[in-house]
Design a protein. Structure first.
Length: 90
């Protein structure tokens, strides 16, 4: 039994941690990240950027083109964000 624990302790610890996090998520204490809110903020920043750049473009883009470009840029930025580490000791 000791060699089993020695060889598999890390996996067992990881499973126990995953179960504990799942219990907290189920109770609403440890919520999933809200990517919609993050994407909304990124869209606002992207729209400001493309609108600013559009000032110097002739002919200027339509509002629909600006929104479409900002949406694609925001999605790209979201994909480039690092994954959360879960280390919140700062």
């Amino acid at each position: 039994m000791d060699s089993f624990m020695h060889n598999h302790q890390s996996a067992l610890d990881n499973q126990m941690e995953d179960n504990a996090i799942q219990d907290l998520q189920d109770a609403g204490i440890y919520p999933e990240p809200d990517n919609d809110a993050v994407l909304e903020n990124l869209f606002e920043d992207a729209l400001e950027e493309v609108t600013r750049k559009n000032k110097y473009q002739f002919p200027p883009c339509t509002d629909e083109e600006l929104n479409s470009t900002a949406s694609e840029l925001a999605k790209q930025w979201l994909e480039e964000l690092p994954e959360p580490t879960g280390d919140y000791d700062d």
